[in-house]
Design a binder for this molecule. Structure first.
Ligand code: FAD
Length: 500
C-alpha cells in the first residue's frame, strides 16, 4: 500500500474570528510541518459581532504564547467576571452568572447544600454573597489575585481581535489571499475538496480545508452537504440587530443580558465603546419593532449603522466531513446568550490539532472529532435552553411558548434532579460546571426541595463559622481590589482608535 502524502497544505476559507483563530493557532503550533493559506473577501466582510467571551480563552491565548496586556490593548478589551441577567425569571428580577466558585465545595456536595441548610438555621445572606467574582463585578472592581484566584474572561472588539490574530498568523508564516471564492472544486474520484477557485480564476489547492466562511458554510454544506440539525424548536430566537455606542460611564467587568418580551438585549462594555444588540424571535417581533426597542434602550447616540443578522439555531451534523472541518458559524450557532461561540471555535481548533492527520485522514479520527464536538454543542445547547424554559414569565406569547415547550430529556433530568435534591453533576468535561448550573437554575427561579444530609451534620457553631468566614473572606478580598476601569487603564490601557 502506498503511503498517502501527509496533509501538509491547510487552507482556511474565511477570515473572521474563526478563520484567524485557526490560522494563528495552526501556524504557531504546527508551522514547521504544515503550510497555512487563508482566503478571505474584504467585500463580504465578517459578521462583526462576538465580543463577550468565557474564561477558557485565557488558556487558548497562553497556549499561543500571547501576552495578556498586549492582547487586551490591541483589542480594546476589558475584563469580564460574568453576566448580569435582568428580567429573566420575571420582570424586575435580576441574577448574576459569575465565572467564580461560590463558597467552597465538599467532595460529596456542592456549596449550595450548605447554603440551603444555613437558610433553615437562620442564615439569610444571599447565595451571591459567597462568590468573589460576583461581589467584585457588582462593585465594578477587578484585580489579578495571586494563584489565579479570580476567574475571568474578556470583552473585546472582534474586528480588532481578527486583526491581532492575523498579524500573529502572518508573522508565523501563514499566507493570506484576498478574493471571493466563486467555486469549490471536488476531487472527482474521492469526493474530497481539491481546491477553492476564486473569482479571478486563482486556484487554491490544499489537503485539509477549514470552512470558516460563517453562516454561508460554503465548503461543508455548499460543496459537501454535511447536513444540519435544526434546534429552533428549543432555541427560537432567529434574528439580531447590533449597534455600537460610546461609553457613557466607566466600563463594568460584566456583560448584561436584559430579557424583553420576545428575546433579550446585550450590552458589552469595551475600553473605547459599548457593543449592544437585540436578539429576538421574528415570529413574535418584527425587525422594525426590534430596532426601535434596541435604539430606545441604548445609552448614547449610536456610532454605527444597525447590523441586522438572521440565523438558524442548530449544529452541522458532521463538523468534520471528508477533508473539510467546519469551524465557527459554519459549524452551527446556538445564540450568543452565554458567549460560547468563540469558545466552540477554540475547542474545535485544539481538537483538530490533537487529532491532526498523520497521513491519510482516519475515519476514526473524524468520528472522534465529530462526537466530541457534538457533545460540547449539545451540552451548551441544554444550558442555553434552561434560561428560556425555567421562567415565571408568561407576559407574552414568546415566553409562554418557551415556558411550555418540550426540552431535551438530558435537560429535564438535570432540572428535575436539582429541583428535588439540589444536586448537579458534570459529565464528559462539560464546559459549564456545577456552580454555573446552580446560579442559573436558582436565578431562573428553582429552589431545591431538599439538600444533601451531610450539610446537616455540621453543628450550628460550625455552620456559622463556615458561612460567616466565607462571606468575610469575599468581602475583604473585594475591598482590596481597585476599580475595574482604573485597573484596565493601568494594566492594558489602549489608545483610542483613529476612526471607528
Ligand atoms: P464570519 O465572521 O462571518 O466570517 C466569515 C468569513 O468568511 C469572512 O472573512 C468572509 O469574508 C469569508 N467569506 C464568506 N464567504 C466567502 C467567499 N465566497 N469568499 C471568500 N471569503 C468568504 N460569540 C461569542 O463568543 N461571544 C459573543 O458575544 C457573540 N455574540 C454574537 C452575537 C450574534 C448576534 C451572532 C450572530 C454571533 C455572536 N457570536 C458571539 C458568534 C461569533 O460572532 C462568531 O462565532 C465569530 O465571530 C466567528 O464567526 P466566523 O468567523 O465563523 O464567521
Amino acid at each position: 500500500m502506498s503511503a498517502q502524502p501527509r496533509p501538509r497544505r491547510v487552507v482556511v476559507a474565511g477570515g473572521g474570528s474563526a478563520g484567524w483563530m485557526a490560522a494563528a493557532a495552526i501556524a504557531r503550533t504546527m508551522g514547521r510541518t504544515v503550510s497555512v493559506t487563508l482566503v478571505e473577501s474584504d467585500a463580504i466582510g465578517t459578521i462583526g459581532v462576538g465580543e463577550s467571551t468565557i474564561p477558557p480563552l485565557i488558556t487558548f491565548n497562553r497556549l499561543l504564547g500571547i501576552n495578556e496586556a498586549t492582547f487586551m490593548r490591541a483589542t480594546q478589551a476589558t475584563f469580564k467576571l460574568g453576566i448580569l441577567f435582568d428580567d429573566w425569571k420575571e420582570k424586575g428580577s435580576r441574577y448574576f452568572h459569575s465565572f467564580g466558585l461560590t463558597g467552597t465545595d465538599h467532595w460529596s456536595a456542592g456549596f449550595q447544600h450548605f447554603w440551603l441548610h444555613g437558610r433553615t438555621r437562620g442564615h439569610d445572606a444571599p447565595y451571591d454573597d459567597y462568590c468573589l467574582e460576583l461581589a467584585a463585578a457588582m462593585q465594578s472592581r477587578f484585580a489579578h489575585l495571586p494563584g489565579d484566584a479570580v476567574n475571568y474572561a474578556y470583552q473585546l472588539d472582534s474586528t480588532l481581535y481578527a486583526r491581532f490574530l492575523r498579524e500573529m498568523a502572518e508573522g508565523d508564516g501563514a499566507t493570506r489571499i484576498e478574493g471571493r471564492i466563486a467555486r469549490v472544486d471536488l476531487d472527482g474520484e474521492r469526493g474530497d475538496i481539491a481546491a477553492l477557485v476564486l473569482e479571478d480564476g486563482t486556484r487554491v489547492e490544499g489537503d485539509l480545508f477549514l470552512d470558516c466562511t460563517g453562516f454561508r458554510a460554503l465548503l461543508i454544506e455548499g460543496a459537501l452537504h454535511a447536513g444540519f440539525d435544526n434546534w429552533t424548536h428549543w432555541l427560537p430566537c432567529d434574528a439580531a440587530i447590533a449597534v455600537q455606542t460610546p461609553n457613557v460611564r466607566a466600563p463594568v467587568p460584566y456583560t448584561r443580558a436584559m430579557a424583553h418580551d420576545a428575546g433579550w438585549q446585550w450590552r458589552i462594555p469595551l475600553q473605547h465603546r459599548t457593543g449592544n444588540g437585540i436578539v429576538y424571535c421574528s415570529r413574535y417581533l418584527s425587525q422594525d419593532a426590534a430596532l426601535e426597542r434596541l435604539l430606545g434602550n441604548v445609552e448614547g447616540e449610536p456610532l454605527t449603522k444597525p447590523n441586522v443578522i438572521r440565523f438558524t439555531t442548530g449544529a452541522r451534523r458532521r463538523q468534520w466531513h471528508r477533508n473539510c472541518v467546519a469551524i465557527g458559524l459554519s459549524g452551527g450557532f446556538m445564540e450568543p446568550l452565554e458567549s460560547t461561540s468563540l469558545h466552540l471555535i477554540q475547542r474545535a481548533i485544539i481538537r483538530l490539532i490533537r487529532l491532526f492527520p498523520h497521513g491519510e485522514i482516519s475515519a476514526r479520527d473524524v468520528a472522534e472529532f465529530n462526537d466530541q464536538q457534538m457533545t460540547d454543542m449539545e451540552q451548551i445547547r441544554d444550558f442555553l435552553i434552561l434560561h428560556y424554559k425555567v421562567t415565571e414569565r408568561g407576559d407574552s406569547a414568546f415566553w409562554r411558548f418557551c415556558r411550555d415547550m418540550a426540552v431535551p430529556e438530558t435537560l429535564s433530568h438535570k432540572i428535575e434532579l436539582f429541583r428535588e435534591t439540589g444536586r448537579v453533576f458534570r459529565r464528559n468535561e462539560e464546559l459549564f460546571a456545577e456552580n454555573s448550573w446552580v446560579q442559573v437554575m436558582m436565578g431562573q427561579g428553582i429552589t431545591p426541595r431538599s439538600y444533601h444530609p451531610i450539610a446537616a451534620k455540621l453543628r450550628d457553631d460550625e455552620l456559622d463559622k463556615m458561612l460567616t468566614g466565607l462571606r468575610d473572606t469575599v468581602a475583604h478580598s473585594v475591598d482590596s481590589m481597585p476599580e475595574h476601569a482604573a485597573y484596565v487603564a493601568r494594566y492594558c490601557g489602549a489608545a483610542r482608535p483613529a476612526a471607528a
